[in-house]
Write a protein that binds this ligand. Structure first.
Ligand SMILES: Cc1cc2nc3c(=O)[nH]c(=O)nc-3n(C[C@H](O)[C@H](O)[C@H](O)COP(=O)(O)OP(=O)(O)OC[C@H]3O[C@@H](n4cnc5c(N)ncnc54)[C@H](O)[C@@H]3O)c2cc1C
Length: 372
């Protein structure tokens, strides 16, 4: 008699939850270890657009397309570009695009509702994964440990699973962003500025981006190039000091743009990091990665969550096809091949948008997308 391997998925982000759902659909049980205490323990972040070949494909495979369509916001796919004086240079409503937006919290809820009860172990921050003498792996967290045959690292940028495969860690990309939140009804100026989707203003190695989320929320990101030490300083500064520093960064910009920094609720300071483009690791039976743990990249390009979902779909196929670890090795090669151009695009997007001459390049990019 053969028994199914015991599979541990470390991380209950979009990638880890999608993998658990797809394995469950194939009759394979998996346990998701998630450090959040519960599903609502922290805000999951801004809106995501799911792309047809990656994020949407995975949702279809998981039987969740109808739930996604019901919750998605196809009306929020527009793009606007302003110069630092607030002049609107580009404006399209995105009608006819097939990249509907969905809030991360809503996406997480759809995936969680599709899992068997007890699949996710909440409040389990995995601290150590140790190879056992019999070729299996011991997963340890504060107050417990368990043995698994297969460990999937779906635990994002600072993965605890990745060190089993290589010493590579993400590097700072030279740009830090400060995230702000708005209630659109209380801030009609921001509501108007954003339009039906996302607005961007760029110039002189800095940028402001604001994006419509569901339920009347808008998120804004103020970013600039800065040395890593300055980013560390900002991360530990008081909210008041962070706002004052960013107001100084955007001194001289149009008042309507500065309003984003002046009036938003401060959510977080994020120094952008990325893994090396094309990162791969020597194969190790029993351990693999997906999503940001495998190919962390800058958010420019909007591919990260989409790739995590697509990785989950392909890894579920590999784990379920019954041919053993060679199928997972093929998954890894295909995943790297898919992520490499996306990571190169994200790095180029970041370089181009946070640059002295960003405006011309970003305008050309937007015009190129609509063929004008
Ligand atoms: C500002 C910003 C905007 C973005 N915009 C977009 C966008 O528009 N479109 C897009 O596709 N992508 C976007 N991304 C990227 C996207 O957020 C990520 O690529 C995506 O969330 C990766 O999914 P994941 O499942 O691999 O990892 P994550 O979403 O990082 O999930 C990892 C999970 O693992 C858990 N975890 C971590 N360590 C442990 C541990 N030791 N033990 C247990 N659990 C652990 C975490 O709590 C988390 O729930 C953006 C990113 C940022 C920063």
């Amino acid at each position: 008699m053969t028994t199914s391997p015991r599979i541990a998925i470390v991380g209950g982000g979009p990638g880890g939850l999608m993998l658990a759902r797809l394995l469950h659909g194939r009759g394979i049980a998996a346990t998701v270890f998630e450090r959040d205490a519960h599903a609502g323990a922290r805000p999951q972040g801004g809106s995501l657009d799911l792309h047809p070949d990656t994020g949407q494909r995975a949702m279809r495979r998981a039987g969740l397309e109808a739930a996604f369509r019901a919750a998605a916001r196809p009306e929020d796919q527009g793009d606007r570009l302003h110069d630092p004086d607030g002049v609107l240079l580009f404006d399209r409503d995105g009608a006819g695009d097939d990249r509907p937006e969905i809030d991360r919290t809503v996406l997480r809820r759809i995936l969680l509702d599709a899992l068997a009860p007890g699949t996710v172990r909440w409040g389990c921050a995995v601290a150590a994964i140790t190879p056992a003498p019999d070729g299996r792996y011991r997963i340890g967290w504060r107050g417990g440990a368990e043995i698994f045959d297969i460990v999937v690292g779906a635990d994002g940028a600072w993965s605890r699973v990745r060190p089993l495969l290589s010493d590579v860690v993400p590097a700072y990309e030279g740009v830090t962003l400060v995230e702000f939140g708005f209630d659109a009804h209380r801030h009609p100026l921001v509501d108007d500025l954003v339009g039906g989707g996302k607005m961007m203003a760029v110039g002189d190695c800095r940028a402001l981006i604001a994006q419509r989320n569901g339920h009347g929320h808008i998120r804004a990101y103020a970013m600039r190039r800065m040395p890593e030490a300055a980013a560390h300083g900002l991360a530990v500064a008081s909210p008041r000091a962070v706002r004052a520093a960013m107001m100084e960064v955007f001194a001289g910009w149009a008042p309507a743009l500065r309003y984003l920094v002046e009036r938003g609720d401060l959510i977080a300071v994020r120094a952008l990091h990325a893994l090396p483009i094309g990162y791969r690791w020597p194969g190790r039976p029993g351990v693999t990665l997906l999503g940001d743990a495998a190919h962390l990249m800058s958010p420019f390009g909007g591919e990260g969550a989409n790739l995590a979902l697509a990785d989950a779909a392909d890894l579920a196929d590999a784990l379920g096809d019954g041919t053993g670890w060679p199928a997972v090795a093929r998954y890894e090669a295909a995943m790297v091949a898919r992520a490499t151009p996306a990571a190169a695009g994200a790095a180029a997007g970041l370089r181009g948008a946070i640059a002295p001459d960003a405006l011309a390049g970003v305008l050309e990019h937007y015009r190129g997308r609509v063929g004008v």
